[in-house]
Design a binder for this molecule. Structure first.
Ligand SMILES: NC(=O)c1ccc[n+]([C@@H]2O[C@H](COP(=O)([O-])OP(=O)(O)OC[C@H]3O[C@@H](n4cnc5c(N)ncnc54)[C@H](OP(=O)(O)O)[C@@H]3O)[C@@H](O)[C@H]2O)c1
Length: 328
C-alpha cells in the first residue's frame, strides 16, 4: 500500500493511528506506555491521528495534548481528527447520549482545544442526532471551518441519505466508517458510493475488525469483558463460525509473507480508504505501520474478495447498548 494518500487538498501518511483504546473500549491502558505508543507512531511518521471527546471522557484528547506539549512537537507535524456529538458531563464522567446541537458543537470544539492545546485539523460529528436537523448541525460544523478553527469537517457513521443531504448544505471533507474485510456493510448501503461521488475522503475505523482479523483473538475469553463482548459479531453464537474468515485471512497472509493484520490494512487501503488501526502496544504500531510495504495485485484483491464473500461473517456491528446510546 502507498505510504501517503490524498486527503482532500493535502497528502497524509497512511495507515493512520486510532488512539481510542489508549483511553476507552478495550480495557485499561497504562499512561506511560500510551505515551510511548504515541512517540513510536510519531517517530515512524504515522501522524494521521484519530481521537474523540468521548474517548475516556476527555482523557484521550488530553493524552495527545500532553504528548505534543511535553515533546515540543510542532503542531503541523501531526494531523489530528477529533469528534463531538455526545453530550458528555466531564465532571460526572457520564455520557448522556447523542446531540448535534449548534450549542454543543460550538462548546465542545473549545473543550477539545483546551485538552489538545490547539484546535484539531478535522472535526467530526461522532454520531448523527436524529433530533437535531442537519440544517442546524451542518452550518454549525461548517462555521468552525469558515472561522478557521478547523480545516476540515466530517461525519462518522451517517446514513448515505444523511451524507448526501449534509453535502448539499456544506462540503463534508471526511466520512469515518467501520470498514474492514470483517465489516463490509457500508459497501451495500450506498454510503461508500455516496462518499466517492461527493468527493468525501473515507477514513476506515476498526480496520483490523476490532482485532479479530489479526488472529490474536481466537479465544472469546480474551475480549468478552470489553466492548466486543456486547457486539453480535463477537457473540458466543457467532464467533466460532466467524473464525473461518480469520483462518482464511491468516493463510492468505502467510502466502503473501505478511501478517494477517497487515493484509487487512492493505486491503482497506486498496478500497480507497485511510485505515486508522489502534493498539496499546509499541511493537504493534510498528507492525501496523509496516503494512505500507504490502502491495496487493489485482489477482490478490480478487482472491481476497472471494474469501470475504465466501466466509460471510455473521452478527451485527453493534449491540443493543450502543444502539440505545445513539438513539436508534
Ligand atoms: N468513529 C467511530 O465510531 C469509531 C469507532 C471505533 C473506533 N474508532 C477509531 O478507530 C480506531 C481503530 O479502531 P479499533 O481500535 O476499534 O479497532 P482495530 O484497529 O480494528 O483493532 C484494535 C484491536 O486490535 C488489536 N491490535 C492492533 N494491532 C494489532 C496487531 N498488529 N496484532 C494483533 N492485534 C492487534 C488491539 O489490541 P492491542 O491494543 O492489545 O494491540 C485492539 O484490541 C480507534 O482507535 C478510534 O480512533 C472510531
Amino acid at each position: 500500500m502507498p505510504s501517503t494518500v490524498k486527503f482532500q487538498d493535502i497528502i497524509v501518511p497512511t495507515p493512520g493511528f486510532g488512539a481510542m483504546s489508549l483511553s476507552h473500549g478495550y480495557g485499561p491502558a497504562d499512561e506511560e506506555t500510551s505515551l510511548k505508543v504515541l512517540a513510536k507512531a510519531y517517530e515512524l511518521g504515522c501522524t494521521f491521528w484519530d481521537t474523540a471527546a468521548v474517548y475516556g471522557m476527555g482523557h484521550n484528547e488530553a493524552l495527545i495534548g500532553r504528548f505534543l506539549r511535553e515533546n515540543h512537537i510542532p503542531r503541523d507535524k501531526v494531523f489530528i481528527g477529533s469528534k463531538c456529538g455526545f453530550d458528555i458531563d466531564f465532571e460526572k464522567k457520564t455520557n448522556n447520549g447523542v446531540t448535534n446541537s449548534a450549542d454543543h458543537i460550538n462548546k465542545f470544539i473549545e473543550l477539545t482545544k483546551e485538552r489538545l492545546g490547539s484546535y484539531p485539523d478535522l472535526y467530526y460529528l461522532h454520531r448523527i442526532d436524529p433530533n437535531t436537523p442537519l440544517e442546524e448541525s451542518i452550518p454549525a460544523l461548517d462555521g468552525l471551518k469558515k472561522s478557521g478553527k478547523v480545516k476540515y469537517i466530517g461525519l462518522s457513521e451517517p446514513s448515505a441519505k444523511t451524507l448526501r443531504k449534509a453535502c448539499s448544505i456544506a462540503h463534508i471533507d471526511a466520512l469515518q466508517i467501520e470498514y474492514s474485510p470483517w465489516f463490509t456493510d457500508h459497501e451495500h448501503n450506498d454510503l461508500i458510493a455516496a462518499a466517492r461521488e461527493l468527493g468525501v475522503t473515507i477514513v476506515a475505523y476498526s480496520p483490523l475488525g476490532k482485532g479479530a482479523l489479526t488472529g490474536a483473538y481466537r479465544d472469546r475469553a480474551s475480549f468478552a469483558s470489553d466492548i466486543r463482548g456486547t457486539i453480535p459479531r463477537f457473540s458466543e453464537e457467532n464467533y466460532e463460525g466467524n473464525l473461518r474468515l480469520v483462518d482464511a485471512f491468516a493463510s492468505l497472509a502467510a502466502n503473501k509473507g505478511c501478517t494477517p493484520g497487515q493484509l487487512s490494512l492493505a486491503w482497506v487501503a486498496a478500497q480507497g480508504a485511510i485505515p486508522i488501526p489502534g493498539t496499546k502496544r509499541v511493537e504493534r504500531v510498528e507492525e501496523n505501520w509496516a503494512a505500507t510495504d504490502v502491495t496487493l495485485t489485482e489477482e490478490e484483491l480478487v482472491e481476497i474478495r472471494k474469501v470475504i464473500t465466501e466466509a460471510e461473517p455473521k452478527g451485527a456491528r453493534y449491540g443493543e447498548v450502543h444502539l440505545k446510546m445513539v438513539g436508534l
